[in-house]
Design a protein. Structure first.
Length: 601
């Protein structure tokens, strides 16, 4: 664009674009609509057009998606909901639209009058809205009624019937924060649902973790759907406090939660179109027959422990980090923690605080970001007290985040981590001088991309790095060869004397939960869970553009995955709940672009 060319005001630019776009869609002109996008462009759709979570890239893919969905979706009424803004040549707009079955929201970025990114999300199904705000339940039927049932009686009856004389439409296996958030969404959508959870009480998956654990993400990022943390809630929730919150939440959100219940086996009955799910509820075997089965068994649900020779010879205590009881019993003892990511650092620091002699075994490089810096530089625009003061709501922050297609997200993250690198240059220099192998992700895109790609390989520093830098936590690089009676022996022969060995070696994919509960065949059919296909370590290509299998239809009919951190669990639970509700109501839900399976685990 020449320096003198007058750029139309952002609002006019957006209105004109939406008008042309809406008109092309209304006349069924997929190619014409795609022409309104830049050559290098992205349309991310959460359920509204595709009944899927799908990003299409470039005009040809956009046209294809529209050709296959437009006649059914019948989108209309495109308009901006607030004054668009322009910065650095990019015009940003919040938008709304309607489809044949629901109401949608979205976000648009225009460059030189062409769409660079478009996000469309289904927000509600017409006629099946959530009972919120003006639609809230009355809670009482005024008048006189000899058959009157109280709220408590209704709840008791529901608990007696559901799963016994009435089958739930959905069963969620796993009642951690993921299962609970989805359960709350489905409750508002009036989808009969049971959560089965092996632990006794909601929140136990946090309670059972090592005692020093506090969330690494700040409170603004962590709200659950519908019920926000109060303003006095600490920035970083201690694990037992968040557990109590989840327990309270489960109760007040009226979730049908079967604690002390283990899902033992599940098989899909093709003829009946439903699952045969066998659970053990406090010793009683019950068979449930839901139409939809959601696995919310946790990204960190299946501990992974490498098989080292000599573990049966070792005379001290040894356990995976998920089973670490905390440091109290190890005062004055020699502890070797194998691993150098979040859990390893937290456990090492707590052991050091309790007077143990601690060695961290670093087997591969780790990305470290100081918590304060991460909050200031990476999160503060969307999730912080300043963001709240500037009018940023959690919903808007989540949609802003969702509006960035994964293909471009890594590139946008690189400058953020360059800034962090500069900001904390002394810190990184000291860490590396201590021998700590540090990386920024293979393309320099830092922590969040590592999380999305492989959910491992990083530490959000809340203090342990200082102990590593000053040598108070000893660092041992290299690979473990075997365990001796009283030591961990490294491949180069170095012996690390040990009374305690902690395997902070991570977790295996949720795909394994499918194999455990259903079958290896179904696990292979569904494929790897998590990752984007970025062709980086632990996230092999080809590029898939969305997180594998999460919150969207899978290759196994009626099988879904839910989870992720509190932010993802909050945000994506809505779109998964809407997909389930639509099926419960018999709405036609043809899936565009069902993901292919490239990796089995
Ligand atoms: C040390 C550590 C620190 C973390 N810090 C953060 C953080 O700061 N912020 C954040 O957002 N996330 C954090 N996470 C990630 C954390 O795991 C998840 O955010 C959270 O636990 C995910 O919730 P979830 O419900 O998906 O899984 P989980 O909490 O793991 O819940 C899964 C549940 O499924 C149950 N289950 C599994 N199989 C069965 C079965 N067959 N039958 C019945 N029940 C079953 C399990 O008992 C478990 O309760 C951390 C994880 C770890 C390990």
């Amino acid at each position: 664009m020449s320096a003198t060319a007058a750029r139309p005001p952002a609002a006019t630019e957006v209105d004109q674009w939406l008008e042309r776009f809406g008109a092309a869609l209304e006349r069924g002109d997929a190619a014409g609509a795609a022409e309104l996008f830049a050559e290098d462009s992205y349309w991310r759709d959460l359920v509204a057009f595709t009944w899927n979570i799908k990003t299409v890239e470039g005009r040809a893919e956009i046209a294809d998606m529209l050709e296959q969905t437009l006649a059914r979706v019948q989108p209309q009424g495109w308009h901006a909901t607030e004054e668009p803004t322009t910065a650095d040549g990019v015009t940003d707009a919040w938008i709304e639209f309607e489809t044949a079955v629901g109401r949608g929201k979205g976000h648009l970025r225009l460059i030189s009058g062409q769409a660079w990114t478009l996000l469309t999300v289904l927000d509600e199904l017409t006629g099946h809205e959530q009972g919120l705000g003006p639609r809230r339940p009355k809670g009482v039927a005024h008048g006189a009624n000899p058959e009157r049932q109280t709220w408590l009686e209704d709840r008791a009856r529901e608990a007696e019937e559901l799963g016994h004389t009435i089958q739930p439409y959905v069963v969620i296996v796993g009642g951690g924060q993921g299962g609970i958030a989805l359960g709350a969404r489905l409750r508002q959508l009036r989808v009969p649902t049971i959560i089965v959870e092996r632990n006794q009480r909601p929140g136990d998956s946090w309670r059972n973790r090592y005692k020093s654990l506090c969330l690494h993400d700040p409170v603004w990022y962590d709200h659950l759907p519908y019920v926000k943390f109060p303003p006095n809630w600490p920035v970083f929730s201690p694990k037992d406090k968040i557990a109590d919150w989840l327990e309270m939440y489960t109760r007040v959100m009226e979730i049908n939660y079967w604690g002390s219940t283990t899902a033992k086996s599940a098989a899909y009955d093709e003829d009946a179109g439903e699952w045969v799910l066998v659970v053990d509820r406090e010793g009683e075997e019950i068979t449930l027959r839901p139409k939809q089965l959601v696995l919310a068994t946790g990204m960190s649900g299946r501990p992974y422990t490498p098989e080292f020779a000599g573990v049966d010879q070792f005379q001290g205590d040894q356990h995976h980090s998920s089973a670490h009881p905390g440091p109290d019993a190890y005062r004055g003892k020699r502890a070797v923690v194998i691993g150098s990511n979040n859990s390893a650092h937290d456990i090492c620091a707590a052991l050091w605080e309790h007077g143990a002699d601690v060695t961290m075994v670093q087997r591969s490089s780790t990305h470290v970001v100081r918590s304060d810096t991460l909050m200031d530089i990476a999160l503060s625009g969307l999730y912080s007290e300043q963001a709240v003061a500037a009018g940023m709501t959690t919903e808007k922050a989540d949609l802003t985040f969702a509006s960035l297609p994964y293909r471009i997200m890594a590139g946008l993250q690189v400058p953020v981590y360059e800034q962090i690198r500069e900001h904390d240059a002394d810190f990184y220099a000291r860490l590396e001088a201590a021998g700590f192998q540090h990386d920024w992700g293979e393309d320099g895109s830092g922590l969040f991309m590592k999380y999305l790609r492989r959910a491992s390989g990083y530490y959000i520093d809340v203090g342990a790095s200082e102990l590593v830098a000053n040598g108070q936590i000893k660092l041992q690089p290299g690979q473990v060869d075997h365990l001796a009676e009283d030591a961990v022996v490294m491949a180069d022969g170095t012996e690390l004397p040990a009374d305690l060995v902690v395997y902070a070696t991570g977790y295996s994919s949720m795909n394994g939960a499918v194999a455990d509960l259903i079958s290896q065949d179904v696990a292979d059919k569904v494929g790897k869970v998590w990752g984007l296909g970025s062709d980086t370590t632990k996230d092999p290509g080809p590029w898939e553009g969305e997180q594998r299998n999460m919150w969207k239809p899978t290759q196994q009919e009626g099988l879904w995955f839910h989870g992720g951190n509190l932010h993802q669990s909050r945000h994506y639970s809505l779109y998964l709940a809407l997909q389930l509700k639509a099926r419960a109501e018999g709405i036609d839900t043809p899936v565009y672009g069902l993901q292919e399976v490239h990796h089995t685990r």
